[in-house]
Design a protein around this ligand. Structure first.
Ligand SMILES: [Zn+2]
Length: 454
């Protein structure tokens, strides 16, 4: 029954749109799954059944197979999702002089005058509510009417979201649901661990973060990676169940008002993918976590849109999280503001090819400042420090980014540097506001491994 409801999601939305009593202005639900790397999703080809609900939704709606985050950690990335701007334009997440260390510096908030998607939708009559568990996101939520920040787990986030979808409202809703289970400390109930593997050892999960801080405490790296991935996959399965609840509530309420569901992630997670690449990390970590590099395991993210006005489609053009806000505005029938760095993806959803656009990455949280560029052929990373050489990877021949071709193709490197500069030249540089952490936030940030991890 549940899956029938899911698979009939689009049909119900269509019925909803045709019922005279139904309002045609859709609700918008933005789901951000913190720390979700794309290659562990069954919807993106992973053979482990981590995300059956997302897979079903992706089959009904639009799935972007090459979506990129502009930053490898939460604050600049979520701010880009909510503003349609690159981090240098919205100003949020800056940490001062390079090398940076998030453990010892509070990130900046949005620059004065930057408008968020919530503000823009509110001006159109939307009621905007946010349900998040990451304290760093708090400063980005001032334009939401209701902000629930201290919830226990993803089940609460899903319950808040579904209750709003099911309750009567004369006005459309914009709901932002942020899930933290894939982030340290990973939360994966036994039933979800069992769903992704028969070899499950649940008691190992809480110890993972402590272990990663001292590699000598865990000499068997392969075993560590295996167990870590298992826990991680279980956490994805848990969040996927919550997404199923939200999709079901959206389908069930479609006779009153259709809903557009946007599902994405703010960044990925490294699980010993590039532990052998020398770099300075002020935490003393090597090859684990996020915020510290610009490799694909941190910047490639999922992006799925399903609901009213979205035909089933699979889009392989490179796109960015900065495109989400313009796309949502376009979907609700509003023009894309000129000042946004992103562009509407609606033409691509409707079958048109997008003009190729390279994707800019940066805003490091730990270590020397870095920049990256991803186009159809190449992924390029460079550091401010000479001790960290530039890296160029062939995307199709080397998707896991093992072979650095920068020395072999100096002409490509120079051309990419020029492309990066041209892209930056189109953006307005703004300074973020200085913000203070709220009472209890430091404790919470420590518990999720962001600060004071030692
Ligand atoms: Zn995050």
């Amino acid at each position: 029954m549940f899956f029938r409801l899911l698979t009939s999601f689009a049909a119900l939305l269509l019925v909803g749109a045709c019922t005279p009593a139904a309002s045609r202005t859709p609700n918008v639900v933005l789901v951000v799954i913190d720390t979700l790397r794309v290659d562990r999703l069954s919807a993106y080809g992973c053979t482990i059944p981590t995300s059956p609900n997302l897979e079903a939704l992706a089959n009904e709606g639009a799935i972007f197979t090459d979506a990129w985050s502009p930053a490898p950690w939460t604050v600049p990335s979520v701010a880009s999702i909510l503003t349609g701007l690159h981090p240098i334009s919205h100003g949020a997440g800056k940490l001062g002089k390079s090398p940076t260390h998030l453990d010892t510096t509070t990130p900046t908030g949005l620059a004065a005058g930057v408008q968020t998607l919530a503000e823009r939708l509110q001006a159109l009559g939307y009621q905007c509510d946010a349900f998040v568990t990451n304290p760093y996101v708090r400063d980005l939520l001032s334009s939401f009417r209701e902000r629930v920040i201290r919830v226990e787990d993803g089940s609460d986030v899903a319950d808040f979201t579904t209750s709003r979808l099911r309750s009567h409202s004369d006005v459309p809703r914009f709901l932002y649901a942020h899930f933290m289970e894939c982030h340290d400390p990973i939360l994966a109930p036994d039933e979800d661990l069992m769903a992704v593997s028969r070899e499950h050892e649940p008691r190992r999960i809480p110890e993972f973060w402590a272990r990663t801080l001292d590699s000598s405490a865990f000499p068997d790296r392969e075993r560590f990676r295996r167990e870590r991935l298992h826990a991680y996959d279980g956490s994805i399965h848990y969040v996927d169940r919550q997404i199923g609840k939200i999709a079901r509530a959206a389908a069930e309420s479609a006779n009153r008002r259709p809903t557009i569901l946007v599902i994405t992630s703010d960044h990925g997670e490294e699980i010993l993918d590039h532990a052998d690449v020398p770099r300075f990390d002020p935490r003393g970590l090597q090859g684990i976590g996020h915020g510290h590099t610009l490799f694909a395991e941190l910047l490639r993210v999922p992006l799925v849109l399903v609901g009213a006005g979205i035909p089933a489609s699979r889009i392989s053009d490179p796109v960015s999280l900065v495109d989400i806000a313009p796309t949502i505005l376009d979907l609700v029938g509003r023009p894309v503001p000129q000042e946004m760095d992103g562009r509407s993806l609606l033409p691509a959803i409707r079958g048109q090819r997008l003009e190729p656009r390279g994707q800019l990455g940066g805003s490091i949280a730990y270590g020397y400042a870095k920049g990256s560029w991803t186009d159809l052929r190449w992924h390029f990373i460079e550091s401010e420090s000479d001790a960290e050489p530039a890296m160029l990877f062939d995307r199709s021949a080397d998707p896991t980014q093992r072979t650095n071709l920068a020395r072999e193709f100096p002409g490509i490197v120079e051309a990419i540097r020029a492309d990066m500069q041209r892209a930056k030249n189109t953006m307005t540089v703004r300074e973020g506001r200085i913000v203070e952490l709220g009472i209890g936030d430091a404790e919470r940030l420590q518990s999720i491994g962001y600060i004071g991890g030692r």
